[in-house]
Design a protein around this ligand. Structure first.
Ligand SMILES: Cc1ncc(COP(=O)(O)O)c(C=O)c1O
Length: 356
């Protein structure tokens, strides 16, 4: 059997959730489990995240999956509903809506009695400069006053465009949020994703919304997970299925893009872009064998990669870590011109999945 495997370390997930609790002890935690828990498998992750206060998802279908698995914590639909007919399921399954445009306000008000009777909160999104979702600072105060007058319990919310970096927009976003919060007081508030949880302890407020840090990848380009005291949750691994000795001048793989500069031992590993392993290879990339980094060479194929094992002990069946505790997903992503988030989310369902 082909041994391409995704291992999920539930202790690491719990450890990372505890880190959020340490960093934001006075806030409730809305664990972001959208996109199948960032590719980790929502079913496996929910069990380990039992101590969270609530979940955040991108759409109704993701919320229903959580309810079907038997979890009763609050769930926020972070883009709200996409059509009024979704309100029925929102009420039936006790889901909390985010509101980012005026049509959603009307849909919600149509169903205010049932919604408010369940004690559900409404998350009202400020567009403070990211220009993705939300009401502008000039509109949102009226929206919130109207919702409050209709009996809704509101949470003022926004998302930083650059929480992972120093950017002049950060201060504008922060000031706009604080202004609206004060104008609408008393109101619940939430504006921190993983990077902002680390960077802005003064903005933790009532709810923090960690995503990537729960899974043990870094939201920052210049700090790795261990520097943030987090543990990688996913180990993506495969095995060596062939060994080749090649001479100086011989090629490896499609396009013959690798030429041996000296006699080399090459191992073929049963993983490829068909599993979600990236092919871009913009900078030198590595895998880990027994904690040692080993270069990936030539082009990534659909089902296989080649690695240069001249300097390491390698045989048929040797386990290779594509990313995990020794070769960080963020470093694989950097070598391929992307971010850890994308590699985690775009794994295919071909690898076997195991919880450890
Ligand atoms: C609204 C919102 N809050 C929180 C998060 C979590 O962000 P991160 O994974 O960077 O912690 C996301 C993720 O995209 C989001 O869209």
């Amino acid at each position: 059997m082909r041994q391409a495997t995704v291992y999920i370390d539930s202790d690491a997930l719990q450890y990372n959730l505890n880190r959020v609790k340490q960093l934001a002890p006075h806030s409730q935690i809305v664990s972001m489990v959208k996109a199948n828990a960032y590719g980790h498998g929502v079913k496996d992750c929910l069990a380990a995240l039992d101590a969270t206060d609530a979940f955040g998802v991108a759409c109704l279908e993701e919320a229903l999956e959580i309810r079907q698995l038997g979890y009763s914590q609050p769930i926020t639909l972070i883009e709200g509903i996409f059509s009024e007919d979704e309100m029925q399921q929102v009420i039936e399954h006790k889901l909390e809506c985010l509101i980012h445009q005026s049509q959603q306000v009307e849909w919600l008000i149509q169903h205010k009695q049932a919604y408010n009777a369940l004690g559900l909160k409404v998350w009202v999104k400020l567009n403070s400069g990211m220009n993705r979702l939300g009401f502008k600072v000039t509109e949102i105060i009226d929206v919130i006053q109207r919702l409050k007058s209709e009996g809704f319990r509101c949470v003022l919310t926004m998302h930083f465009a650059n929480a992972d970096a120093d950017h002049p927009l950060n201060e504008q976003q922060k000031q706009q949020f604080l202004h609206v919060k004060e104008a609408c007081a008393p109101i619940l508030a939430s504006c921190c994703n993983s990077a902002a949880i680390y960077k802005y302890p003064e903005l933790h407020f009532d709810f923090v919304r960690p995503g990537i840090m729960l899974y043990g990848a870094s939201p920052f380009a210049d700090k790795n997970v261990y520097e943030l005291d987090l543990k990688p949750v996913m180990t993506f691994s495969a095995e060596i299925i062939a060994l080749n000795q090649i001479q100086q001048g011989e090629f490896v793989g499609y396009g013959s893009s690798f030429t041996a500069s000296c006699p080399s031992n090459i191992a073929i590993v049963s993983i490829g872009y068909g599993d979600g392993y990236p092919r871009a290879y913009l900078k030198p990339n590595f895998v880990a064998i027994d904690e040692q980094l080993v270069p990936v060479i030539g082009r990534v194929s659909m089902d296989m990669i080649a690695i240069d094992v001249t300097q390491v002990k390698a045989e048929l069946g040797t386990k290779v870590e594509l990313w995990g505790k020794h070769r960080l997903v963020d470093d694989v992503a950097a070598a391929n011109g992307t971010i850890g988030y994308e590699l985690l989310c775009r794994l295919s369902n071909r690898p076997i999945r195991k919880v450890i």
